[in-house]
Design a binder for this molecule. Structure first.
Ligand SMILES: [Cu+2]
Length: 437
């Protein structure tokens, strides 16, 4: 049987991209130069590409290549990306800069790069066959132009792009406004939304899939391997979210009403900022979200509930309310390790996984994972935490652990009796003798 997200149940950091450079160093490379004139972005689970200044031109060098990537411990794949990472390193510069982007192709087929959303000469737009000849294996092309705008942008191939993007080729291109920003941010995070058809038991993403993906990622990682968004209480935080997946993603944040303040079109005038708690980031779009950090551990996730799960069984029968009785023993004779699931809901799935009862096929991830201070989180995919504390130093991005709730601020059990209290219910559930039908 071919294993896929559909029939899984019936069958049963980007740190090392630059040799010698740790993730922290890579993040810090352009970051700590004060003369830059902007606060550098922090790429979740990723890094920023250093550049060389040559006669006033910022020269970046991207290498398109194949390598092994880990989505979370227990799940790896041969992917394509740039300079050893997917997404490729973030390119960061300032409005008005002249940039030269060298692109070396170490893939087995030709490629190009399209600078998604950038205003540039037609011949620099990166469409294979239209704006340039494709970059053949082994060749290096140079793109050179002046940055005429600011905003949250992306880059990706425009040659065999169905395959090349399905395998992980994409990255972010952040351009800061010249002259700074009126409302400054203290922390500036960026990540890109993507989906992968890495069928359980396989090691190469399947580019033919249109809808039924196995892994939903922030910067090519799934929860709980996605870095937390760390901030100090009161800091202004910006999240720059780009989407090069095959779905639109409603990005929802707990704990605050945030402002949507910008996009590929740069930071919007303040009169256009919108107060939201969920913002749909459409395919090919970017959105900037800003908020003032409030202490706690808060969820940040896509609100499509299947996108906060890992590999799962779509086409299995619906067992809700079905007593499977002796069937489990009979099934175990045919399928060793078979665990009947779903009569009372699916939350038992993570218990089975935690206890080791459920061993799925190799090289995939359980549908639900993550353990918090109060138990299972039952999440995966596009989910991470915003961790805000009073005592985090500026520029400290380390995970501070779990939030210590002030006394009296945690929901608690007040009864174990199902008939507790006197709740008002819909007419169909009111006792016939209730008298007030
Ligand atoms: Cu989603």
């Amino acid at each position: 049987m071919k294993l896929s997200r559909r029939n899984l149940f019936t069958a049963a950091s980007a740190a090392a991209m630059v040799p010698g450079l740790s993730a922290a160093q890579a993040q810090a490379t352009p970051a700590s130069t004060p003369a830059r004139g902007y606060r550098p972005v922090r790429t979740l689970n990723g890094w920023t590409l250093p550049y060389k200044l040559k006669d006033g031109v910022k020269e970046f060098h991207l290498v398109a290549e194949e390598f092994e990537h880990e989505f979370a411990p227990g799940c790896r794949a041969k992917v394509w990306g740039y300079n050893g990472s997917t997404p490729g390193p973030t390119i960061e510069a300032m409005e008005g800069d002249r940039v030269r982007l060298l692109v070396t192709n170490r893939l087995p087929e030709h490629t190009t790069i399209h600078w998604h959303g950038l205003i540039l000469p037609s011949g620099m737009d990166g469409i294979g066959g239209l704006s340039q000849p494709t970059i053949k294996p082994g060749e290096t092309f140079a793109y050179e132009f002046t940055l005429k705008q600011h905003g949250t942008h992306m880059y990706h191939p425009h040659a065999d792009e169905m395959v090349q993007m399905a395998l992980g080729m994409m990255g972010m291109f952040i351009i800061h406004p010249r002259g700074g920003e009126q409302v400054r941010v203290d922390r500036d995070y960026c990540f890109i939304l993507h989906n992968w058809a890495l069928h359980p038991g396989t090691y190469r993403p399947d580019p033919m899939i249109m809808q039924d993906f196995d892994l939903w990622t922030f910067n090519s990682k799934v929860f709980p391997a996605i870095d937390p968004i760390v901030a100090r209480t009161g800091e202004r935080v910006r999240l720059r979210v780009g989407n090069l997946s095959m779905w639109n993603h409603p990005i929802h944040m707990h704990g605050v009403e945030y402002h949507v303040t910008g996009s590929d079109g740069g930071r919007w005038p303040r009169s256009q900022w919108r107060r939201e708690v969920t913002e749909v980031v459409g395919v090919g779009q970017a959105r900037d979200i800003e908020f003032t950090a409030v202490p706690g551990d808060w969820a940040l996730h896509c609100h499509m509930s299947h996108h906060t799960m890992n590999a799962m069984g779509h086409d299995i029968p619906n067992n809700l309310g079905v007593d499977q009785g002796d069937l489990a023993a009979e099934m175990r004779a045919l399928l060793p390790g078979y665990v009947p699931m779903g009569r009372d809901g699916m939350s038992e799935h993570q218990d089975h996984v935690n206890m080791g009862h459920m061993k799925g096929p190799e090289n995939t991830l359980p549908m639900m994972t993550g353990i918090g201070p109060f138990g299972n989180l039952e999440m995966g995919g596009m989910f991470t935490l915003i961790k805000v504390r009073d005592d985090i130093a500026p520029g400290d991005f380390r995970d501070p652990g779990w939030y210590r709730n002030p006394p009296g601020t945690v929901a608690k059990r007040v009864s174990e009796d199902p008939d507790f209290g006197d709740p008002v219910r819909a007419p169909a559930l009111r006792p016939a003798s209730g008298g007030d039908s």
